[in-house]
Design a protein around this ligand. Structure first.
Ligand SMILES: N=CN[C@@H](CCC(=O)O)C(=O)O
Ligand SMILES: [Zn+2]
Length: 420
């Protein structure tokens, strides 16, 4: 399938473009009506960008679909020390915050991640990103946040940066030094450390080109960072040129939707407890809602009000939330869960896992749809209809034949059985 100018991917029954008019995001009705070509091929140039999309009605068409690569808008993939023992505790009735307040949860992962070497963390991240590629993700947001001090947060960000340079996947990097209050510290001390020590040092490293950071994140939650401390940290990050992309309104109503809209956040994640005002403010400010179906599922919470957000015109995106609490790499499974538990349609879920997820990371000019001039990131699935990737829960290994990132084969599944 190679040709001199780049690669030609030929003769698909369907090519799912998602949108084709340079849209930066989709809302409301536009999420129902995605752009799909029939009996088509596409050419990716040597520069890794899409050169042309062609329809060949007269050729023999293969019973495969080409999809643009999926975008995972929220992950915590850099850590060591799994928490399978905590999964057992939660199954026996313990809540997320009970485990956290008893010194487990994020604290457990921080303890192990601080002790890990950079090489060890990179090896873990590499395997996890490879598993994400196998499930069709080609752009992934990756957070730090299991260091909570300058040394380990910087170590995590360097590991993410190395993955960006060495692996066939695109990454949006998030500084999440405000993920929790470190043991033995107060909220005030932590905010001071982040704004006076960590962020200034990271700014220097960014200027020297030693780390690259795209977004700033804080866990805005009762017993973690309140609204005021969240706002202080996010504004300090914004002044450094970072996109605001934070955790809010997850376990308790915090007015995080309202705060995010006021600060012009690009993204607010979770939102299980968002208020009506928060939804309206987010729609007006174009602050996207990154919904994470695994959180409500694993913690047995109520699901975020996706329908209310969609009807209000909020830009809804999806993420796996991969972390030691929610061990899921698969955006096809996330889309299925969004459809069943959050009442989204398959078209809405796909728009949320592509163009809108790219918007939440400030990347929708280059990612999130198959359009001439955008990244040549796509997946080839062995099925005549694209909906099978969502419909067949957990079957993505048997459906995804190939994942192409920037015009290069990043994964090929020779044993793929197909959609039967
Ligand atoms: N809620 C805060 N952060 C993560 C969980 C992190 C952890 O438990 O290690 C989340 O998005 O679900
Ligand atoms: Zn998270």
């Amino acid at each position: 399938m190679s040709r001199q100018s780049g690669i030609l991917v030929q003769n698909a029954q369907q090519v799912v473009l998602v949108c084709n008019n340079g849209e930066k995001y989709l809302t409301r009705k536009a999420m129902q009506d995605l752009a799909v070509l029939h009996d088509a091929s596409l050419v990716i140039g040597r520069n890794g960008l899409i050169e042309s999309l062609l329809t060949y009605a007269d050729r023999v068409v293969l019973s495969v679909c080409f999809f643009l690569g999926l975008v995972d808008a929220h992950t915590h993939p850099v850590w060591v020390g799994d928490r399978v023992h905590e999964f057992a505790m939660k199954l026996a009735g313990a809540s997320y915050m009970e485990i956290h307040n008893a010194g487990g949860g994020i604290h457990f992962t921080v303890e192990h991640t601080r002790k890990a070497s950079e090489e060890e963390l990179f090896e873990c991240l590499k395997k996890r990103l490879q598993r994400m590629i196998r499930a069709g993700s080609t752009l992934v947001e990756c957070k730090s946040g299991y260091g909570l001090n300058l040394e380990t947060e910087t170590k995590m960000l360097r590991v993410i940066d190395r993955a960006r340079r060495e692996l066939d996947i695109d990454i949006s990097s998030t500084y999440c030094g405000g993920h929790s209050i470190p043991k033995g510290k107060t909220v005030e001390e932590t905010v001071h450390d982040i704004t006076n020590t960590q962020l200034p040092k990271l700014k220097q490293l960014m200027l020297k080109g030693e780390v690259h950071i795209d977004n700033i994140d804080v866990f805005c939650e009762k017993g973690v960072f309140d609204l005021e401390s969240t706002s202080t940290i996010l504004q300090a990050g914004k002044e450094m040129g970072l996109h605001i992309n934070f955790h809010g309104d997850e376990l308790h109503p915090m007015k995080a939707g309202e705060l995010g809209a006021k600060l012009k956040a690009l993204a607010i994640s979770h939102l299980e407890e968002v208020s009506d005002d928060g939804i309206n403010d987010m729609a007006i400010a174009k602050s996207s809602a990154v919904l994470l179906p695994t959180t409500a599922y694993i913690l047995r919470l109520k699901s975020p009000r996706a329908r209310d957000m969609l009807e209000a015109g909020v830009i809804v995106a999806l993420g796996s939330d991969f972390n030691p609490n929610a061990y899921c790499f698969s955006m096809p499974m996330i889309m299925h869960m969004a459809c069943v538990n959050m009442k989204m349609s398959m078209s809405e879920a796909l728009a949320a896992a592509t163009i809108n997820a790219a918007y939440s990371l400030g990347r929708s000019q280059t990612h999130g749809s198959l359009e001439v001039g955008k990244r040549g990131d796509l997946i080839i699935i062995n099925s005549p209809r694209w909906e099978h990737l969502i419909y067949q829960f957990g079957a993505h290994q048997e459906l995804i034949q190939c994942v192409i990132v920037r015009g290069k084969v990043a994964y090929e599944n020779k044993n793929c059985l197909g959609y039967y």
